[in-house]
Design a protein around this ligand. Sequence first.
Ligand code: HEM
Length: 396
Amino acid sequence: MPDFPFGTTITFSSILLATYIFFKFSAIKKRSSPSRVTKSSSSSSFLDKSKVKATEKVQPVDASFDWKTEEPVKQYPFKNAAYKLTMGIKNLSVQDWLLIDSDYLRKLKAKKEIVTNDHPFYPKEKQLTDRTVLITEECWPAARELYDVVIQYLCDKYPMYFVVDSVKGTVHNKITDETHPYTADSVPLEDTKELLFKLSRNIEEDFIILLKDPSRESEKDGSEYFYKGGVFAFAAGFAPSDRFNMPLSFIHHPIPGYESKLKLSMNRFFDRVSPGQYVSRMNFSVQTHDRFYVDDQNKNHNLKEGEETVVFKKEDLDFDNQVHYRSERQTLTKLPKSGAVVFTIRTFLVPMSQLKQEGPEVTERFIGAIKGLPEDIADYKRSVAWGPAVIDYLEQ
Ligand code: HEM
């Protein structure tokens, strides 16, 4: 046993003990660091970055996946309770960002007819392309980034339907039997708008790209994110071109309570959301027709000067073909290179009779939700017009 200076005697076992304490302490320190990060980053509950895995990558669906038999996700987010205007967002796995199901081709067809101004219902003078497919020049890089991200996502998730030809630089969509560029690189910069049409040939979701615009910071709400591009074909009660190139608050201005209840948290969220993070929210409404694109109905702010709200009677409505339940499943994420916010909208539109067939749990919840709409929101959603007839029908 060696003797040490200053009269200290160190035994072999005390060295072992000191080594053990040293390693134990470092291990505790290492484990505790993430929880410190978690605490500071979860100061806002909807921004729980501890749940975000930067490397999280979409996985292929099971080899037995068949789009023709894949049931669309049912979107019945309403509560049998008083309605509260909140952001209502939830964390979403990258796996559930963009979906393909048995309604894919029907929706892609309707979308194509709308974005090419070739839909049998609308007169050509409506110029639907100019109302729904929009982009500013500064948004080109973000649109190109989104194109690459989406196509790669589809190839990774649905390898049986999206087949890459690396020699030709193309991707073949086996469901639509169409071939598109594999990356945006093969499309000239000035043709970037073409990529928006091509995206709408591959995903059912509408998509909006939002960017900050430092050149407009002095305008009202000019430090917010602006709607700078995308395909908004399934618009529920407004013309997307009227909201295009405008900040979030302007886009949402007809919503009663937006300024006081949503504006602050929305802007904060858009600033803080990070690439790799996905969130979703759903809404619900009712319309008395079966159209995906509507810019002159559905909302009370579309009533013309002097026009009164007509309260429908159940007997006057056809709940199999005319009255439809409509819900949007919206997702939001940020692109890593451009920092653009990407907002997607997936529209679930079914006849009211289909909702009724879901049974009493859904119908009672829906009746409670309609009754729970406060006056201003009931007015905004036009439930003052359709609410009594729908309740009457569902209670029958
Ligand atoms: C987390 C993000 C967002 C939240 C929480 C949100 C919230 C809302 C809410 C509460 C409404 C009223 C109807 C409903 O319940 O859905 C609404 C409507 C609307 N939102 Fe958003 N929104 C978000 C993002 C966006 C983005 C990025 C756009 C971009 C264009 C957008 C465009 C619209 C439009 C056009 C309407 C319809 C307004 C009208 O009735 O005229 N929203 N949004």
